[in-house]
Design a protein around this ligand. Sequence first.
Ligand code: NAD
Length: 298
Amino acid sequence: MGIWHMARIGFIGLGVMGREMALNLARAGHAVTGHDAVPGVAAGLAEQGITPARDLAHAAEGAEFVILMLPDTPQVEAVLTGPEGLLPRLRPEQMVIDMSTISPVATRSMGEALAARGVAMLDAPVSGGAAGAKGARLSIMVGGEAAAFARAKPVLEAMGTKVVHVGEIGNGQTVKLCNQLVCAINIQAMCEAVALARASGLDPAVAREVLMGGSANSWMLENLGPMVLAKDASAGFRIDLKLKDLRLANDLAFQKGVPLPGTALVTSLYLEARAHGEGSNGNQALFRVYDRMTAQGG
Ligand code: NAD
């Protein structure tokens, strides 16, 4: 696909991220058929230009690109290589692009299973949150063959502003796990600063304003800072998904023999949050762990 053309796309997983990404593909002029395990979700997007699929197989039928935006490794495996999965139906002219955040190891083995049928696969996880998905401003890290990347790039550019090929299949996921540990440790740093400012009788909003003007500034301070100050725990990016990413990062670190002490610490704090029933809250709700530790709750 050297010059732009309208592509037929099957989009599977229309949750917080997937629905916005599918809508951007439709707005860019692509023909998008959508499917979600939750009945009615795809039909709810019909007025906005998504054709609802009858089932998984219908979503993939005749699609040049089959895009997945699912929670975790088991769901991607079920859709691709599981007993009811798409693998036997896929044809060599089709390409699978998995944009979920999942295991790099499982990604490589699914890539091999698809390659055995002549089907190219890219892993293309994203960063930028629900706002980035909505505004087509995602950063997209792509692993796979260079030729497949070149074919998919115009489609990916309808969803993101930074689309980077990072090498062989699975590498996209590895870069994403690096991204996630930086995000988690940044949130932790922000929550610690707010806890200390509050306990010292300072207005944390004023402190945030000054921090944002200097070398302590971060995406987290800019985008999630207001929610932390307002004690708004709503999702966004759920703590359950954050813990899934930290588990994947810790697993990879263990395999590679790389100590990640900062990641291990923030993982424990997120586990504390989940133990207090916060799994469905947004990942900025780490501030509640600090509220509990400093008796600032409420
Ligand atoms: P989500 O839970 O809101 O959406 C996932 C969707 O997949 C749901 O609608 C669910 O019903 C559907 N689904 C699950 N199993 C399915 C199956 N077998 N077949 C069809 N549909 C199925 O999650 P999300 O926040 O959109 O995140 C999706 C992925 O993107 C995750 O891997 C997450 O880690 C990653 N991610 C999320 C964010 C964020 O800010 N939310 C940012 C970057 C990356």
